[in-house]
Design a protein around this ligand. Sequence first.
Ligand code: USQ
Length: 390
Amino acid sequence: MTLMVLGADGYLGWPLVMRFAMKYDEPVVGIDNFSRRRRVWEMGSDSITPVQDMAVRTSVFKQITGREIKFEHGDMRDYEFVENLIKKYKPRAVVHFAEIPSAPYSMIDAKHAIETHENNVNGTLNLLFALKKFAPDCHLIKLGTMGEYGTPGIDIPEGSFEIDYRGRKATLPFPRQAGSFYHQTKVHDSNNIMLACKIWGIASTDIMQGVVYGTRTEETTLDPRLVTRFDVDESFGTAVNRFCAQSIINMPVTPYGKGGQTRGYLNIMDTMRCITTLVDKPPQKGEYRVVNQLTEVFSVLQIAQKVKDVGDKLGLNVKIESLQNPRVEAEEHYYNVDYKKLKDLGFTPSKTMDESITYMLFDLLPHKQRIIEHKEQITPKITWKDGLVK
Ligand code: USQ
C-alpha cells in the first residue's frame, strides 16, 4: 500500500512526506506542480528559508536517512493526470494539501478568485472521481480550514451539531460562513466530499485546521537543505510567522484593526503529528469525519504581545503598530471552539506558542538579509473591498 501527499512541495507538504517516509514502511509518493513557488514569486516575494529543488530535497533526504520519497510532477486540475496517478499507486491514504491556501490572494481580483476556486474545487472533484474509480477504500485526508465556520458568535463544534427546530431534532452540518473567496473554496470542498462519502462510500477526514506556524520539524532540521519554506508576504505568510519575521528586522509587528480577531493555532510539528494520528486511525467506509485541528486559541493582539515579550528578551526591541484592517472581519468577537476528536484519537500537543516563538526567532536570525530584501511585500496592499491597491 502507498501513502500519498498532494502538494508535497509546500510549507506543510514537504515536512509531511519526510515524516511519512520515516514513520511508515510503505512507499511514499509526493505530488506537486510547484505552483506555490510561482505564486509567491508573483507576489514579488520568496521563501525566507532558501528551499532546494525537489530533486535535491529527495536525494539529500535519501543520503541522510536511507529512506525514499517518490515524486510525481503534475496538476490536480488535469483529470487524466489524477486518474493515472490514483490508478498507478492505489493509495491506502491520500493527504490533499494541493490547494491555493491564501485568503488575500483570492481577494486580489476576479482572476485570482476564480483561479483559487478552479484550482481548489476542481482539483478536489478530480480526486474524488479518481478515488471512486481506482481506490474506493482509500482514506482521503483533506485540508480544510477553521475559517469555514467564520466567527458565528456561538460555540463551534467539530463539523456538525444537534439542532431542535420546530419540535424536531436532527444532527446537521454546522453553518459555514467563510470570510474570503479562498475560505469559500474549502466550504465547497467540504460539501463535495460529504456528498462523495454518502453516495460512493468514500472514507474521509476533513480537517478544519487553524493557522499553522513554525520554522522546523524533526526532519527539516536533519540538514539545511531539507528546510521547509517560510513565507512572509501578505498573501502567503501567516500571522505568527510574519510577526516573527517583522521583529527580526525591527519592523513593527502589525495586528490589523482592533486586534481582537481570535483564531486557533498550532505548531507545524503538531500538524505532522495530527496527520499521522489520522492516518493511523481512519474513519469507517462511507464516513465523513470532521476534526478541528488546533492546539491553542489567541487573538492577534495576544500573539503580537507574545512576540514582543520573547523578542525583547533577545534584545530585538520589538514594536507593535496596529494597521488599518485591509480585511472585512470581526475585530472583537466570541470564539469558543471544540477540539477534542484528535485528542480522543491519541494526539497530544507537544509545543506551545510561547516556547515556539523563541526558537523561531533563532531560526530566522540567519536569514535577516532575506527578510530585509522582501520587506516591501510584508506590508499589506490587498484589501477585501478594493482588491490590490497599488
Ligand atoms: N493578521 C493580522 N496581521 C497580519 C496578518 C494577519 O492582524 O499581519 C490577522 C488577520 O486579519 C486574521 C488573522 O490574523 O484575522 C489570521 O490571518 P492569517 O493571514 O494568519 O491567516 P488566514 O488568512 O486566516 O489564513 C491562514 C492560512 C489558510 C488557513 C487559515 C486557517 O493562510 O490557509 O486556512 O490560516 S484559519 O485562519 O483558521 O481559517
